[in-house]
Design a binder for this molecule. Sequence first.
Ligand code: PLP
Length: 427
Amino acid sequence: MSKNQALFERAQRTIPGGVNSPVRAFRSVGGTPRFIERAQGAYFWDAEGKRYIDYIGSWGPMILGHVHPEVLDAVQRVLANGFSFGAPTEAEIEIAEEICKLVPSIEQVRMVSSGTEATMSALRLARGFTDRSRIIKFEGCYHGHADSLLVKAGSGLLTFGNPTSAGVPADIAKHTTVLEYNNVEQLNEAFKAFGPEIASVIVEPVAGNMNLVRATPEFLDALRERCNEYGAVLIFDEVMCGFRVALGGAQQVYGIKPDLTCLGKVIGGGMPAAAFGGRRDIMAHLAPLGGVYQAGTLSGNPIAVAAGLKTLKLIQRPGFYDDLAKQTRKLVDGLTRAARDAKVPFSADSIGGMFGLYFMDQVPGSFAQIQQGDTKRFNAFFHAMLDAGVYFAPSAFEAGFVSSAHDDAIVDATIDAARGAFASLAA
Ligand SMILES: *Cc1c(COP(=O)(O)O)cnc(C)c1O
């Protein structure tokens, strides 16, 4: 038995499914998850010493590559000063100032420890601010695993949302309405039907949890306009796309100002840090200023903040995002050419340092379109690449990530490996 297999069997005895987050279990692609021992730059190594080019980057955070020397140094400097105080620190002011500077729609910000906490807290705040209960989300967007957000569409626009997870009470799910991503008409209908009840609309302005799907500018414009018209709080969940598609996030790319923004992933530089923030008048409703309660023992943890702050500084290097976008584009263009040469139906898209690979002819624009991809082919491609030492997300419904450590040689090696993988699919 291979070492990865042995670890997986051992893991399953004490950890449900052998993993601490479901997608790591390789359920959708089959096979044995790789247990990772260490990482450096664009690579990680598994328990058997096999090296992989890493295109998940911890699902987004590792935008500078693994163990960037300056981030490592920043963390080492604060480690000996203490791990956690439960009292405020100057570094928390610095990261708040940095976030407000880089994302101008954020006038005030609160640090939390995970993206789930950020979205859950932002929604509570939106509900407390508006004194309304109903929220709108979109099919295929993931906003963490809070009860209100694990909901799918009911059978019609005016029916209640249904839980997507056991354990979510129907009484909670009924306050969530789920609409189709990029569907302006449906959005307008929903606001016409129950606009005055809507506390908040939450959206991934570039979706990265149903594979990569871009919002159309018309869709985000319509969100902004309807929210203004009805006094609903517009929340951009930029936990994934923030500091990933551009320095100022998707809101900079689209030129739209949300009322609240959720951040995570990149802002922790690989450590558990996330945040939500936005309009000062809304943030003033948070405890201790206002009546919306929110708290955290490890919020603004000094070690996580040190990693995040250094990461935020380094991504401000002039040309950083141009280089990252160019490299990511080079990858998807190379993969597209390789697929075409092997006559495998395939398309790809990228925005900033984020990319999507689709086993279909056209780049999809909705969850329904994503479902039409050839998952069997994706799974075969995933395993062929894994064998060749390239680690893509182990699911056809996840985006991929490039870091500043993915240099030309690494991208070229990936495209070469893909030529072999596509050829084996076509055979
Ligand atoms: C990852 C993610 C979350 C949840 O963040 P966690 O840190 O995993 O809780 C929320 N929203 C989006 C858009 C994400 O990509």
